[in-house]
Design a protein around this ligand. Structure first.
Ligand code: FUB
Length: 323
């Protein structure tokens, strides 16, 4: 484990020097940020973008970073490869980790082998947030075949996990269709039916969280009739079971990026929205669809629980929290 003064990496001259400025990680391309708060530390799980030239995605592993002050980040290195799941072929796509029963459970999208063609959701487990993580099930938790209504093979991606006040953990996921199901207490099996909850313009990257009495489903959205690139939208509900009310767009698109991906956390009393864009250049490699960079912005609520629109900036949280 190497302690680094953040932003992590060698290309810090590309953006404002403030330690909290965007992008957060500058020596590697990273995407699909998923924060997890454990005690006084925030862990940030990301996919490692390694696309060469005009390759679309080349993502082989997940990385984790952590911070105690949102200024200095520690690089804990890779925690797992897609091929550590013996039944998976490739594609370390979006993930989220959660703590339960004294263990850390890591849910992630991968490409299944030919026994279950299409994308699938894997679950790994560790005694610590930084690993080592191992396949917790020896098989996919969710396969493309479990959601037969879907129209394409990459429908079962982007898991988000959330434990409700009664102790039940829920998993939501999807691309074009958004699904939700309960997890059994063992965290490696679905409990009961898979329900579709697709909100308007849902594309991918759902993120579940709760504040006060309201549940939030935040996601990458794409109104294909109007826009070329994804934005972030959200819905709220009085219960994890819904009904979900669409609240519209939360952000614009990530700079130069077709995709965007929300990850939300409350840390030391403040709320944060993690995202990615494609504005980072490393050496002669520019940002692109498969070379993204994670960022963070302040997240603010209105008195009625709706979210204030978030403007993506280079300054990020080095700028004062808006009031
Ligand atoms: O990073 C690969 C895929 O792109 C993710 O699974 C999606 O959310 C999108 O960011």
């Amino acid at each position: 484990m190497i302690a680094l003064t953040c932003p992590v990496g060698t290309a810090a001259q590309q953006a404002p020097d403030a330690p909290q400025a965007n992008p957060l990680i500058r020596d590697k391309f990273t995407a699909d940020p998923a924060p997890l708060v454990v005690g006084d530390r925030l862990y940030l799980y990301v996919g490692h973008d390694e696309a060469q030239r005009d390759e679309m995605f080349n993502m082989r592993e997940w990385l984790v970073y952590s911070t105690t002050d949102m200024k200095r980040w520690t690089d804990h290195g890779p925690i797992l490869k897609a091929t550590d799941f013996k039944w998976a072929k490739k594609d370390a796509w979006a993930s989220q980790a959660i703590q339960k029963n004294g263990k850390f459970w890591f849910y992630a999208a991968v490409e299944h082998d030919d026994t279950h063609p299409g994308k699938a959701i894997a679950v790994a487990v560790s005694d610590t947030p930084t690993g080592p993580f191992v396949d917790a099930k020896g098989a996919a938790l969710i396969t493309n075949q479990m959601t037969p209504k879907g129209t394409h093979s990459w429908e079962d991606i982007d898991p988000t996990v959330f434990t409700d006040e009664d102790g039940t953990t829920w998993i939501a996921w999807g691309n074009r269709q958004c699904y939700i199901a309960k997890l059994k207490p063992n965290m490696i099996e679905i409990d009961g039916p898979i329900t579709e909850i697709t909100p308007p313009h849902f594309e991918e990257g759902p993120w579940l969280h709760k504040r006060g009495p309201l549940y939030y489903l935040t996601y990458a959205s794409l109104d294909r009739s109007k826009h070329r690139d994804e934005k972030i939208s959200y819905a709220t509900a009085p219960s994890i079971r819904g009904p979900w009310t669409w609240r519209g767009e939360l952000t614009g698109s990530g700079k130069y990026s077709f995709t965007i991906h929300p990850g939300i956390a409350r840390f030391k009393g403040d709320w944060y929205l993690f995202l990615h864009n494609a504005a980072l250049t490393i050496g002669d490699q520019n940002g692109s669809i498969g070379r993204r960079a994670v960022t963070v912005e302040h997240l603010q609520y209105n008195a009625d629980g709706t979210l204030k629109p978030v403007v993506q900036t280079d300054a990020g949280i080095s700028a004062p929290r808006p009031r």
